[in-house]
Design a protein around this ligand. Structure first.
Ligand code: UDP
Length: 344
């Protein structure tokens, strides 16, 4: 059992060195929390937290939530536990699919057990990927989704679905007080330039004059939410005191095609990059747009940052990163389809 007594509230952010996790860490520190980030640094980056060096209210523990939680975590008492620990970009989560699946199942169980033991409130970051390639548009939380359980995205989609299952079972059994947020595509400063996401790829390609990679014909849609809006939604949901609301979508309902996004970035950067077409990845959802009625009704939340302002801030971030790293700046992870090995 944890022995440390404390007056300041303390939060654990698993995945705290990641793009979204590091913004959540900042937000929690600003609201007066002491924060411990737990990260295996598989896709998280210590540079996302370097501005916190010397802050006595913050610490980073390197570790994988799949493994038994280290003493540096179990020896502390937490009021809030956030699980953001999982590679979220297709090229990264597909690089080690077994690890992705187990991060969501074993890792989520480890954190839920910690929440149970400590009577901490637990928040799982789930994903719009639980809707798969949706037949309903926009997607409300009640939609059960159309996910392939055998395809290359399944390790992530099904992993997150299983993580939701575990989380609500803990809640049903009275073992933990839980919140589940379904995150739609998010962008902003501190995205990993090597993530292979459409926003990071296109901005970096435009800034360097390299060809813009459009997968398929670019008519597939996504709805991009600026990271500050997302963190606000996460915090409102974590603080929500009413009856268990079930999973809540947090995303920006402004839907656009990949081609529209490319056009906007080319205009914004004044880039002359050419556009090249690459094959559409298998199981790539055709359309995605959140129905955010529940977040509005329950949390009074809606996205407030317009795409133009968000893209400007994100472009400024990548431009500064390029300057900082000079010729060492690396970006992009072009999608390569994982294949099934032939049976012996
Ligand atoms: N995409 C693209 N070019 C890229 C990277 C992605 O056209 O360089 C497409 C991708 O196929 C998908 C959309 O952009 O249709 C969003 O991809 P991302 O990986 O950002 O997010 P997700 O597929 O997880 O929603």
């Amino acid at each position: 059992m944890p022995t440390t007594s404390h007056e300041t509230k303390r939060a654990l952010v698993a995945g705290g060195a990641g793009f979204i996790g590091s913004h959540l860490v900042d937000r929690l520190l600003a609201s007066g929390y002491e924060v411990v980030a737990l990260d295996n640094l598989q896709t998280g980056r210590t540079t996302n937290l370097e501005h916190l060096a010397g802050d006595p209210r913050f610490s980073l523990v390197e570790g994988d939530i799949i493994d038994p939680l280290p003493r540096a975590i179990t020896g502390k008492r937490f009021d809030r536990i956030y699980n953001l620990a999982c590679a979220a970009s297709p090229p990264h989560y597909q690089a080690d699919p077994e690890h992705t699946m187990l991060t969501n199942v074993l890792g989520t169980r480890n954190l839920l057990r910690l929440a149970e033991e400590q009577r901490a409130r637990f928040l799982l970051t789930s994903t719009s990927e639980v809707y798969g390639d949706p037949e309903i548009h926009p997607q409300p939380e009640s939609y059960r989704g159309w996910v392939s359980c055998t395809g290359p995205r399944a390790c992530y989609d099904e992993g997150k679905r299983a993580a939701e299952t575990l989380t609500f079972d803990f809640a049903r059994l009275g073992r933990a007080d839980v919140r589940v947020v379904r995150i739609f595509n998010t962008y902003g400063p501190r995205m990993d330039p090597q993530d292979g996401r459409v926003v990071s790829n296109v901005i970096c390609q435009a800034l360097t004059g390299e060809p813009i990679t459009v997968y398929g014909d670019g008519s597939q849609t996504r709805s991009f939410c600026y990271v500050d809006d997302l963190v606000e939604g996460i915090e409102r949901l974590m603080a929500f005191e009413g009856e268990q609301p079930g999973p809540v979508n947090i995303g920006n309902p402004h839907e656009l095609t990949v081609c529209d996004l490319v056009e906007r970035v080319l205009t914004l950067t004044g880039s002359g990059s050419e556009i090249i077409r690459l094959p559409l990845p298998q199981d790539d959802p055709r359309r995605r747009k959140p129905d955010t009625s529940l977040a509005r009704a329950l949390l009074g939340w809606e996205a407030t940052v317009p795409l133009q302002a968000g893209l400007e801030a994100t472009t400024a971030y990548f431009a500064a990163e390029m300057k900082r790293h000079g010729p060492m700046f690396r970006f992009g992870a072009t999608y390569r389809e994982p294949t099934l090995a032939a049976a012996e």
